[in-house]
Design a protein around this ligand. Structure first.
Ligand SMILES: O=C(NO)[C@H](O)[C@H](O)[C@H](O)CO
Ligand SMILES: [Mg+2]
Length: 367
């Protein structure tokens, strides 16, 4: 079988409500920026990276897909995911301009599309192709009720509603002020009780003294993890924070390569490992990080840059994956939405990686 065409696409899909905010970003749409790969025998594979729907940036990614990566794929056997991963990642001229960044986001979309094709050709869901179901249930935690743009009273109401809907874990954003955030955290903990896991996510906003102060103040709130407490590349400060607090440190959604993770593992600066197929160069690289996490006996909670359409397959197939983020913005854009029932992600049944857009979404959201 050979690859005939590689066509980029951009979907801009509205978030819940008019906009959402974390400590660093306020957005109204999620960008699904991807590649549709068609083979000579008529199969189509879809993959995508996730963006903040910044059109100029999205167009840089689709330009990279069509002019840099696509020419390397035409005529190739799409089954050779490992060989093609290296061909794209180590292409000398592309390696020269980008070992991380737009080239990686473009590569992510292509690698996911190749795995989607591989699973479709095998007639199985991706989790089956990756080796089968290693756990009975994939527990979900809800992020979509915890945005900084949600007023304090609505935050507590939303947390209660998520628990009533069956979620056994939630995550709220911090990183506004060290006055406002501890009160929000305490109010949510009071509302949901002690048995629901409660994580926080700072999206890299604070510095080390602010994090140390916040963690000391939050030490009795049983925080499940503190996600992206510090600047994404600052390994030494994450290591110092990890030693200074009992709150587990989580990160990974901003890391592009297994090499970037390696230093966090080496310096014991990470407890929860959060790779993302849409940030890294796809499933192929994220699987490598899951394997390393497993060798350090650290749990993996993939970041939902894909809104868990693909990661639900990884979580069912890799022993290191312990829990999965739920953000529902784009799920109904796909033939098989990543659904949560009673706090558990449904096991995908359809062949492929869960990335095939519906005709309706293609029409409504295509940019
Ligand atoms: O950090 C996250 N999940 O853990 C979310 O991806 C971000 O909050 C959204 O992209 C909005 O910036
Ligand atoms: Mg996050």
């Amino acid at each position: 079988m050979k690859i005939n065409t590689v066509e980029p696409f951009i979907l801009h899909v509205p978030v819940t409500g008019s906009q959402i905010a974390d400590s660093t970003h306020t957005i109204s749409h999620w960008g699904v920026v991807g590649a549709r790969i068609a083979t000579e025998d008529g199969l189509e594979g879809f993959g995508f990276t996730g963006t903040h729907a910044f059109l100029a940036g999205d167009r840089l990614i689709t330009q990279c897909i069509s002019t840099c990566h696509a020419p390397l794929l035409i005529g190739e056997d799409p089954d050779d995911v490992q060989r093609l991963w290296l061909k794209l990642a180590r292409h000398p001229a592309l390696q020269w301009i980008g070992r991380a960044g737009i080239t990686t986001l473009s590569h992510a979309a292509i690698d996911v599309a190749l795995w989607d094709l591989k699973a479709k050709r095998a007639g199985v869901p991706l989790w089956k192709l990756l080796g089968g179901q290693v756990r009975e249930k994939v527990r979900a935690y809800n992020t979509d009720i915890g945005w900084l743009s949600i007023a304090d009273d609505k935050l507590v109401e939303g947390a209660r509603r998520a628990v009533d809907d069956g979620f056994t874990g939630i995550k709220i954003k911090v990183g506004s002020t060290v006055e406002r955030d501890p009160a929000r955290l305490a109010a949510v903990r009071r509302a949901i009780g002690p048995s629901v896991t409660l994580a926080i996510d700072g999206n890299g906003k604070w510095d080390l003294p602010t994090c140390l102060r916040f963690c000391h103040g939050a030490r009795d709130q049983d925080v499940y993890w503190f996600e992206e407490p510090l600047w994404y590349d600052d390994v030494k400060s994450h290591a110092e924070l990890a030693r200074a607090t009992s709150i587990p440190v989580a990160l990974g959604e901003q890391l592009y390569t297994q090499d970037a993770f390696a230093e966090f593992f080496h310096q014991r600066a990470i407890h929860w490992v959060q790779p993302d197929v849409t940030r890294m160069a796809g499933i192929t690289e994220v699987w490598r990080v899951c394997e390393t996490a497993n060798s350090y006996r650290l749990p993996v909670a993939p970041h939902a840059g894909d809104m868990s359409q693909v990661h639900v397959h990884l979580n069912y197939a890799h022993p290191a994956c312990a829990v999965l983020e739920y953000i529902p913005w784009i799920k109904d854009c796909f033939e098989e939405p990543a659904e949560v029932v009673d706090g558990v992600f449904r096991l995908p049944q359809q062949p492929g990686a869960g990335t095939t857009p519906t005709a309706r979404a293609w029409e409504r959201f295509r940019v």
